[in-house]
Design a protein around this ligand. Structure first.
Ligand SMILES: [Zn+2]
Length: 446
């Protein structure tokens, strides 16, 4: 968004939750152009003319660190199958779509993100349509164009193909997407799909390119037992899926020699020098204690997606252990095809209920959930200097949640009211501009 020199705007609400400093009751955000100029008690804004949201909570905009907006049209297409049956059906249903179908699907998902308070999304996109959806919905995001290729000898050719796809994608961007890219609101990067669908040499090229372009790398790591078995030893049913996803024969896939060395997916990446600090890893469910140490040492950020992991029967990621090890963690909903909806606050609510159900020692409160929805996630994807908290100088991305219909006691407990339900997002701002107004998408952009 282009910063415009205007007089300051004073946004007031019963609660302002900056995340990196203490909650302010009867707080005020002072905006200048697209940035936050100050955060303070409203009483200190002498003579200001307020935009007053009244009995409401203001939070930083939320981060959804793992989606595939491309697949939004496939919501609930199969809620029963096991992971690789499900993913096989997903590919069969979608990969022959026309560009307009991808675009419609992605826009549907991006609108849902904005309406539920996500102002920054990290999306892995097969078609690239997600970038259009994000640009049009008026939110921010980094979109990784997916990369596949399992044969080391073909890594250079596969990389050149990806670069061509990237160049064509950038050249064909329409005005809405071009403007969003120019403003820095949308960034296009590379998403090597997983350590089993992309050979080490190809992940290395992706890492190198992303680092040179100051972009994160989006990848899935250790999502399922099947992945771990295939990387460590072999898992023949996965060979068929890999053949379909990469176009190589089943025999070629079965003969790949870069797997089968007894390593976990994380160890495999470390062994090949690929666990780069600008990686954002989705899922990280199947981790050993050693894997957690390695993730921590590498500085990799992770996206915790418990509802998708639950629906696809992949288990529960060791959130508390990752957190204790100092790994930056945010939440991701994954695609609408493998979860209930794209509401990342609902993801956090599910996570907290889930971890308390299975771990009597789970000690994180609602304040920490808000941290992982905002600043913690911004740190995981490397944008915390500009986003993730209500702090002087950062972009004015924030959400307003009404407390109006809650009982008096709940209104005095804004973190609990947010996380455990009842508070409703009414307004969402990105760069100081309204994206959602009174629960409807604004037509300001796109
Ligand atoms: Zn995914």
């Amino acid at each position: 968004m282009t910063a415009t020199k205007t007089s300051p705007r004073y946004i007031r609400a019963r609660w302002v939750l900056p995340v990196d400093s203490a909650p302010i009751e009867d707080g005020c955000l002072v905006l200048e152009g697209d940035r936050i100029a100050a955060v303070m008690p409203a009483a200190q804004c002498k003579g200001a003319s307020f935009i007053d949201f009244g009995n409401a909570v203001i939070t930083p905009g939320f981060f959804n660190l793992h989606t595939h907006l491309d697949y939004s049209a496939l919501r609930h297409f199969d809620t029963q199958s096991q992971f690789f049956v499900w993913i096989d059906k997903l590919i069969s249903l979608s990969w022959q779509w026309e560009p307009a179908q991808w675009r419609r699907s992605a826009l549907h998902g991006a609108r849902e993100l904005a309406l539920t308070g996500t102002t920054f999304v990290a999306d892995a996109s097969y078609s690239g349509a997600a970038a259009y959806g994000i640009a049009e919905a008026g939110i921010r995001g980094v979109v990784g164009l997916e990369l596949f290729g399992v044969v080391e000898a073909k890594a250079e050719a596969a990389w050149q193909l990806w670069l061509d796809k990237y160049e064509k994608f950038m050249d064909s961007a329409d005005d809405t997407l071009n403007n969003a890219i120019t403003e820095g609101r949308v960034k296009i990067t590379v998403a090597p799909h997983t350590p089993y669908t992309v050979c080490p040499a190809l992940i290395g090229k992706a890492n190198q390119w992303a680092r040179a372009n100051h972009l994160p790398v989006l990848i899935h790591i250790a999502e399922s037992d099947m992945e771990c078995q295939w990387i460590a030893k072999s898992f023949p049913p996965l060979d068929n899926f890999l053949s379909k996803a990469t176009g190589e024969s089943v025999e070629t896939v079965a003969a790949l020699d870069w797997r089968g060395h007894g390593r976990t997916p994380v160890e495999h990446l470390v062994h090949h020098g690929l666990l780069d600090s600008n990686i954002l890893a989705a899922h990280t469910v199947k981790l050993t204690g050693r894997d957690i140490e390695l993730l921590s040492q590498s500085g990799v950020g992770t996206a915790h997606c418990p509802r998708s992991n639950s629906r696809l029967r992949n288990g529960i990621a060791p959130f508390s252990k990752l957190k204790a090890a100092g790994v930056n963690v945010g939440f991701g909903t994954d695609s609408a095809a493998s979860t209930d909806d794209l509401d990342v606050l609902a993801e956090a609510r599910f996570a907290w209920n889930l971890h308390r159900a299975v771990d009597p020692d789970f000690a994180c409160g609602p304040e920490e959930a808000l941290y992982h929805l905002t600043l913690g996630a911004a740190r995981a994807v490397g944008v915390a200097d500009e986003l993730g908290s209500l702090t002087d100088g950062k972009f004015a991305d924030f959400c307003v949640f009404s407390l109006e219909f809650l009982p008096d006691l709940a209104q005095t407990r804004p973190h609990e009211s947010l996380l455990y339900g009842g508070a409703v997002p009414t307004d969402v701002f990105v760069g100081g501009g309204p994206v959602v107004v009174d629960r409807k998408l604004s037509t300001v952009r796109g």
